[in-house]
Design a protein around this ligand. Structure first.
Ligand code: ZN
Length: 172
Protein backbone atom coordinates (compact mmCIF):
# COMPACT_ATOMS: atom_id res chain seq x y z
CA UNK A 1 0.00 0.00 0.00
CA UNK A 2 1.23 3.46 -0.85
CA UNK A 3 1.97 5.81 2.00
CA UNK A 4 0.41 9.27 2.02
CA UNK A 5 3.85 10.68 1.31
CA UNK A 6 4.30 8.43 -1.74
CA UNK A 7 0.92 9.56 -3.05
CA UNK A 8 1.69 13.20 -2.34
CA UNK A 9 5.12 13.14 -3.95
CA UNK A 10 5.22 10.38 -6.60
CA UNK A 11 8.90 10.71 -7.49
CA UNK A 12 9.94 8.72 -10.56
CA UNK A 13 12.07 5.57 -10.28
CA UNK A 14 14.68 6.12 -12.96
CA UNK A 15 17.71 8.35 -12.44
CA UNK A 16 17.07 10.29 -15.67
CA UNK A 17 13.49 11.06 -14.70
CA UNK A 18 14.43 11.82 -11.14
CA UNK A 19 17.00 14.37 -12.37
CA UNK A 20 14.26 16.15 -14.37
CA UNK A 21 11.87 15.89 -11.37
CA UNK A 22 14.45 17.53 -9.09
CA UNK A 23 14.67 20.47 -11.51
CA UNK A 24 10.89 20.84 -11.87
CA UNK A 25 10.60 20.55 -8.08
CA UNK A 26 12.48 23.83 -7.64
CA UNK A 27 9.60 25.82 -9.18
CA UNK A 28 7.65 27.78 -6.57
CA UNK A 29 4.01 28.74 -6.21
CA UNK A 30 3.91 32.38 -7.40
CA UNK A 31 1.24 33.13 -4.78
CA UNK A 32 3.25 31.66 -1.90
CA UNK A 33 6.88 31.84 -3.10
CA UNK A 34 8.26 29.96 -0.09
CA UNK A 35 6.51 26.78 -1.27
CA UNK A 36 7.78 24.69 -4.14
CA UNK A 37 5.35 22.78 -6.30
CA UNK A 38 6.83 19.65 -4.73
CA UNK A 39 6.05 20.94 -1.20
CA UNK A 40 2.51 21.57 -2.34
CA UNK A 41 2.08 18.17 -3.96
CA UNK A 42 1.21 19.98 -7.21
CA UNK A 43 4.04 18.21 -9.07
CA UNK A 44 2.48 14.87 -9.96
CA UNK A 45 4.62 13.11 -12.56
CA UNK A 46 7.79 13.52 -14.55
CA UNK A 47 8.42 11.11 -17.41
CA UNK A 48 10.92 11.05 -20.23
CA UNK A 49 9.40 9.78 -23.45
CA UNK A 50 11.91 9.72 -26.29
CA UNK A 51 13.38 13.22 -26.38
CA UNK A 52 10.43 14.76 -24.56
CA UNK A 53 10.17 15.52 -20.87
CA UNK A 54 6.56 15.23 -19.80
CA UNK A 55 5.62 17.01 -16.58
CA UNK A 56 2.20 16.62 -15.03
CA UNK A 57 0.85 19.03 -12.46
CA UNK A 58 -2.42 19.18 -10.55
CA UNK A 59 -3.51 22.75 -9.76
CA UNK A 60 -4.46 23.50 -6.17
CA UNK A 61 -7.94 24.44 -7.29
CA UNK A 62 -9.61 24.64 -10.67
CA UNK A 63 -9.10 27.93 -12.42
CA UNK A 64 -6.04 28.68 -10.31
CA UNK A 65 -4.37 31.60 -12.11
CA UNK A 66 -0.98 30.52 -10.76
CA UNK A 67 -0.97 27.49 -13.04
CA UNK A 68 0.18 29.41 -16.12
CA UNK A 69 3.12 30.91 -14.22
CA UNK A 70 4.08 27.50 -12.82
CA UNK A 71 3.88 25.96 -16.29
CA UNK A 72 6.15 28.66 -17.77
CA UNK A 73 8.63 28.30 -14.91
CA UNK A 74 8.80 24.50 -15.31
CA UNK A 75 9.51 24.87 -19.03
CA UNK A 76 12.16 27.54 -18.36
CA UNK A 77 14.01 25.63 -15.65
CA UNK A 78 14.13 22.48 -17.80
CA UNK A 79 15.12 24.39 -20.96
CA UNK A 80 17.92 26.08 -19.04
CA UNK A 81 19.18 22.66 -17.97
CA UNK A 82 19.33 21.51 -21.58
CA UNK A 83 16.02 19.69 -21.97
CA UNK A 84 14.74 21.06 -25.26
CA UNK A 85 11.39 19.41 -25.60
CA UNK A 86 9.24 19.96 -22.52
CA UNK A 87 5.52 19.31 -22.28
CA UNK A 88 3.60 20.37 -19.17
CA UNK A 89 0.16 18.92 -18.75
CA UNK A 90 -2.49 19.72 -16.14
CA UNK A 91 -4.11 16.68 -14.61
CA UNK A 92 -7.34 17.35 -12.73
CA UNK A 93 -8.10 13.88 -11.39
CA UNK A 94 -7.63 12.94 -8.69
CA UNK A 95 -8.20 16.48 -7.45
CA UNK A 96 -5.48 18.18 -5.42
CA UNK A 97 -5.94 18.15 -1.68
CA UNK A 98 -4.21 20.09 1.06
CA UNK A 99 -3.30 16.68 2.51
CA UNK A 100 -0.61 16.54 -0.19
CA UNK A 101 1.22 19.48 1.30
CA UNK A 102 4.47 18.35 2.94
CA UNK A 103 5.23 18.86 6.63
CA UNK A 104 8.16 21.03 5.58
CA UNK A 105 5.79 23.00 3.36
CA UNK A 106 3.29 23.56 6.19
CA UNK A 107 6.13 24.76 8.42
CA UNK A 108 7.41 27.17 5.74
CA UNK A 109 3.86 28.43 5.26
CA UNK A 110 3.52 29.26 8.97
CA UNK A 111 6.91 30.98 8.97
CA UNK A 112 5.69 33.02 6.01
CA UNK A 113 2.72 34.13 8.15
CA UNK A 114 0.02 31.99 6.61
CA UNK A 115 -1.92 29.48 8.70
CA UNK A 116 -1.39 26.00 7.23
CA UNK A 117 -4.41 23.94 6.27
CA UNK A 118 -5.87 21.59 8.86
CA UNK A 119 -6.06 17.96 7.72
CA UNK A 120 -9.16 17.37 5.66
CA UNK A 121 -12.30 16.34 7.43
CA UNK A 122 -11.18 18.02 10.63
CA UNK A 123 -13.09 21.16 9.55
CA UNK A 124 -13.12 19.94 13.01
CA UNK A 125 -10.91 22.53 14.45
CA UNK A 126 -13.47 25.11 13.43
CA UNK A 127 -16.65 23.31 14.40
CA UNK A 128 -15.21 22.50 17.82
CA UNK A 129 -14.78 26.21 18.29
CA UNK A 130 -11.02 25.86 18.45
CA UNK A 131 -10.39 28.23 15.59
CA UNK A 132 -7.45 28.36 13.26
CA UNK A 133 -4.07 28.78 14.93
CA UNK A 134 -2.52 32.25 14.51
CA UNK A 135 0.81 31.84 12.64
CA UNK A 136 2.23 34.83 14.53
CA UNK A 137 1.55 34.03 18.20
CA UNK A 138 0.03 30.54 18.13
CA UNK A 139 -3.26 31.61 19.69
CA UNK A 140 -6.42 29.70 18.75
CA UNK A 141 -8.51 32.78 19.47
CA UNK A 142 -8.91 33.81 15.88
CA UNK A 143 -11.86 34.61 13.74
CA UNK A 144 -12.64 34.68 10.06
CA UNK A 145 -12.98 38.14 8.55
CA UNK A 146 -13.56 37.00 5.00
CA UNK A 147 -13.98 33.64 3.31
CA UNK A 148 -11.63 34.95 0.63
CA UNK A 149 -8.22 36.40 1.46
CA UNK A 150 -5.51 37.59 -0.93
CA UNK A 151 -6.42 34.75 -3.28
CA UNK A 152 -9.47 32.54 -3.49
CA UNK A 153 -7.69 29.55 -1.95
CA UNK A 154 -7.09 31.49 1.24
CA UNK A 155 -9.43 33.00 3.83
CA UNK A 156 -8.68 36.15 5.79
CA UNK A 157 -8.49 35.76 9.56
CA UNK A 158 -7.61 38.04 12.43
CA UNK A 159 -6.04 36.99 15.72
CA UNK A 160 -7.90 38.22 18.78
CA UNK A 161 -4.80 37.96 20.95
CA UNK A 162 -2.09 39.71 18.91
CA UNK A 163 -4.61 41.52 16.64
CA UNK A 164 -2.64 40.53 13.54
CA UNK A 165 -4.58 39.65 10.41
CA UNK A 166 -3.37 36.57 8.51
CA UNK A 167 -4.27 34.39 5.58
CA UNK A 168 -5.44 30.85 6.20
CA UNK A 169 -4.70 28.35 3.44
CA UNK A 170 -8.10 26.64 3.36
CA UNK A 171 -8.19 22.89 3.55
CA UNK A 172 -9.85 21.08 0.66
ZN1 ZN B 1 -1.80 36.05 17.12
Amino acid sequence: MLTTEAIARPRPDTAAELAAWELAATVVDPEVPVLTIEDLGVLRRVAIEGSTVLVEITPTYSGCPAVDAMRDDIVTVLHDAGYEDVVVRSVLAPPWTTDWMSEAGAKKLREYGIAAPAPRGTGGTVSLGLGIRCPHCGSLHTRELSRFGSTSCKALYVCQRCQEPFDYFKEH
